[in-house]
Write a protein that binds this ligand. Structure first.
Ligand code: NAD
Length: 330
C-alpha cells in the first residue's frame, strides 16, 4: 500500500525528540518527504541527524506542492493558525502541536475548515496518548475509585523552556508569540483535568508574571469547580528550585497518585495500601494520525475539538487571572 508522505513545518526541539523518531517507528506506513523551517540550518540539522531522504523547501507554499499528503506543524504558538489554514486549504491533513491556536475563534475556524474539506485535523495533546495518563482516565471512568471528588496536579521546573528545553527559543517566554506557562503547560494539564473530571463550571486562577521578568505568566495556580460537584487544583511553576511532578485523584472509594514513589502510578482502595498500577500499551499520536488518514479509523483521542477544549481552559485561566474573579469556561 502507498505510504503517507509527510512534510514537517518547523524543525526545532519537538521535531528532533518526538516527531521524527515517532514517524521512523512507522516506516512501513509513512515517509518524511519534505522539510521547511524559517531557519534553514534547523531543517538541515534534522535531515542530517536522521539521514532523511527528504527535500528541504525554501517556503511553505513550496513544501505544500511537493506531493505530500499531510503536514506536522511544530512552530511557535502564534504561527499555528495561519500555517494550519494554509495547509488545509492546500488539501493536506494536519497534525498540529499544542496549543492548536492562540484563541478560540482561530480554533473554531481550523476545525470548521478541516470538516468542510474532510481532512484530518489532530492536535498533539500528548497526555491523551501517554499510557499512565490514559490509565488514570480509565480508572476514573470505570468507577474504580468511586465518585470523583478532587484532582490535584503540581508540575514545576526550575527554568523556562528557552533556557532548558530549547536553548535560545525566546518565543516561549514572549507574549507577542503566545508563549508563557499557561499556553505551554496548562494547555496539557488543565486539558487532562477536564478530560478526567468532565465539564467545568468555573475556574479561578492566579497567574504570576513578574518572577522571571518576562511579559508572560511563569507561575499559575488555578481552582476548578466541576459540574459533577468535584473540585480540582492545578499548580504550575517555571521558577521552583527543582522540578516536581505530582498528580493525585481522590474518589469516594479510593485514591490514584503518580510521582510519589518509584512505582510511578499507584492506586489505593479504601484504607488499604498504595499498590503499583501497570499502565499498558497505548497507540501513540503518530500512529493515530497515520491510521486516521490511511484507513479512516474513528475515535481519535485528540481531534481539533480536544485542542479547542485545552485552549478553552487556557483562555479561562488567563481571563480569571486578569479580572481576579472566577470565570465560566467558554
Ligand atoms: N506536545 C508537546 O508535549 C510539546 C512539547 C514541546 C513543544 N511543543 C510545541 O511544539 C511547538 C514547537 O516547539 P519546539 O519546542 O520545537 O520549539 P523550537 O523553538 O525548538 O522550534 C521551533 C522551530 O520553528 C521554526 N519556525 C519559527 N517560525 C516558523 C515559521 N513561520 N515557519 C516555519 N518554521 C518556523 C524555528 O526556526 C524553530 O526551528 C510549539 O507549539 C510548542 O508548544 C509541544
Amino acid at each position: 500500500m502507498k505510504k503517507i508522505r509527510v512534510g514537517l513545518i518547523g524543525c526545532g526541539r519537538i521535531v528532533e525528540v518526538l516527531h521524527v523518531p515517532a514517524l521512523n517507528e512507522l516506516k512501513s506506513k509513512v515517509e518524511i518527504s519534505a522539510l521547511f523551517d524559517k531557519n534553514p540550518a534547523a531543517a538541515e540539522k534534522i535531515k542530517k541527524y536522521y539521514a532523511l531522504d527528504a527535500k528541504i523547501c525554501s517556503a511553505v507554499p513550496a513544501l505544500l506542492k511537493t506531493g505530500i499528503d499531510a503536514v506536522i506543524i511544530s512552530t511557535p504558538n502564534f504561527t499555528h493558525y495561519q500555517l494550519c489554514m494554509q495547509s488545509l486549504n492546500a488539501w493536506k491533513h494536519v497534525l498540529i502541536e499544542k496549543p492548536m491556536a492562540v484563541n478560540l475563534r482561530q480554533a473554531d475556524d481550523m476545525i470548521a475548515l478541516a470538516k468542510k474539506k474532510h481532512l484530518i485535523l489532530q492536535v498533539n495533546q500528548t497526555l491523551r496518548f501517554t499510557p499512565e495518563y490514559v490509565k488514570i482516565k480509565e480508572l476514573i471512568d470505570s468507577g474504580r475509585i468511586g465518585k470523583p471528588l478532587h484532582i490535584r496536579c503540581l508540575r514545576a521546573s526550575s527554568t523556562t523552556p528557552d533556557k532548558g528545553w530549547s536553548s535560545g527559543a525566546s518565543w516561549f517566554t514572549s507574549k507577542k508569540s503566545a508563549g508563557g506557562i499557561v499556553m505551554d503547560i496548562a494547555v496539557h494539564m488543565a486539558d487532562f483535568l477536564g478530560w478526567c473530571f468532565g465539564e467545568t463550571e468555573k475556574i479561578f486562577a492566579v497567574n504570576r508574571t513578574e518572577i522571571t521578568g518576562n511579559d508572560v505568566p511563569d507561575n499559575v495556580t488555578a481552582m476548578f469547580d466541576f459540574a459533577n460537584g468535584a473540585t480540582g487544583v492545578l499548580e504550575l511553576s517555571w521558577t521552583f528550585p527543582a522540578g516536581t511532578g505530582l498528580l493525585e485523584v481522590y474518589g469516594s472509594k479510593g485514591i490514584i497518585r503518580m510521582g510519589f514513589s518509584e512505582a510511578g502510578l499507584e492506586l489505593k482502595l479504601g484504607d488499604g495500601k498504595y499498590k503499583p498500577v501497570k499502565s499498558g500499551k497505548v497507540k501513540n499520536s503518530h500512529a493515530w494520525f497515520v491510521d486516521s488518514i490511511k484507513v479512516g479509523i474513528s475515535g481519535n483521542p485528540s481531534p481539533g475539538e480536544a485542542g479547542r477544549h485545552a485552549l478553552a481552559y487556557c483562555a479561562a485561566i488567563n481571563q480569571s487571572a486578569k479580572i481576579g474573579r472566577p470565570v465560566r469556561l467558554l
